[in-house]
Design a binder for this molecule. Structure first.
Ligand code: ATP
Length: 237
């Protein structure tokens, strides 16, 4: 498998507060990687460091073999990295305005085509295209956030807790939607606490106390009793 994102020895935090310690993490082409960890583990801080919102103190980040740790967030977006925050959308803009914003550095024709394709794929969004994102249900908003993250034609979509604030039924819908979008050959790095996302994971990292303390396949995670007991209550084999 071809490496897409390669993180080595990354440390970071907020001012004098160090949150992340010696993080090594890879995402390959067309791979879905889930970053699991309890509240306060540092998942959001790590994703922000990757996209440049809290610049790392030390460590390297390669994207398609090119060092990117010193690039601005908008430069990373142009390279093909998309970031879906926990909130995901601008509530004071309409559905369609959100989508256009997601593709702001793409040619207009391409954006129009892409919006058309997504409306066909997700008719619910089409029905709400002139409504404010803030008027949508939590599940619809999440769906919009996801689609918006795809508007920039990314190679890698980085997502912060796509399940947050959703009922179990909607979490199932989001997982289903992601598995549909995966077929486009895009890679995903998804920070989550919800083990439902393991259904679509090729590999998993577990972050706790700002350090990676497990890395492997879903099968390896499920057969690792210590990790399971500590965090997830998953059944071993
Ligand atoms: P959650 O699922 O609760 O969001 P998380 O794994 O994403 O957890 P982070 O939000 O990255 O964890 O938080 C890691 C640590 O960094 C916590 O101790 C938190 O208090 C601290 N922290 C987060 N944001 C800031 C900030 N803006 N300034 C200072 N400390 C912060």
């Amino acid at each position: 498998m071809q490496g897409l994102l390669e993180v080595t020895g990354l440390a970071g935090g907020y001012g004098p507060l160090q949150v992340l310690w010696d993080i090594d993490l890879n995402v390959n082409e067309s791979e879905t990687v889930v970053l699991l960890g309890p509240n306060g583990a540092g998942k959001t801080t790590l994703l922000k460091a990757l996209v440049g919102l809290t610049p790392p103190r030390t460590g390297g980040i390669l994207f398609q073999g090119r060092p990117i740790e010193k690039l601005r967030t908008d430069q990373k977006i142009c390279l093909g990295i998309s970031f879906m925050t926990e909130m995901g959308v601008f509530t004071n803009l309409t559905v369609e305005e959100n989508l256009r914003l997601g593709g702001y550095h793409q040619p207009r024709d391409q954006v129009n085509n892409r919006i058309g394709e997504f409306y066909t794929l997700f008719p619910d969004l089409h029905g709400h295209r002139h409504h404010l994102a803030g008027a949508l249900s939590g599940g619809q908003r999440k769906m919009l956030g996801l689609v918006k993250a795809f508007m920039s034609q990314p190679r890698l979509v980085i997502m912060d807790e796509p399940s947050s604030g959703l009922s179990p039924r909607f979490v199932g819908e989001v997982v289903k939607m992601l598995s549909r979008l995966r077929t486009e050959g895009v890679s995903f790095l998804i920070a989550e606490q919800n083990v439902k996302f393991l259904e679509i994971a090729d590999r998993v990292y577990v972050l706790d106390g700002g350090r990676i303390n497990f890395s492997g396949t879903v099968e390896e995670l499920k057969s690792n009793q210590a990790i399971n007991e500590a965090y997830f209550g998953l059944k071993g084999h």
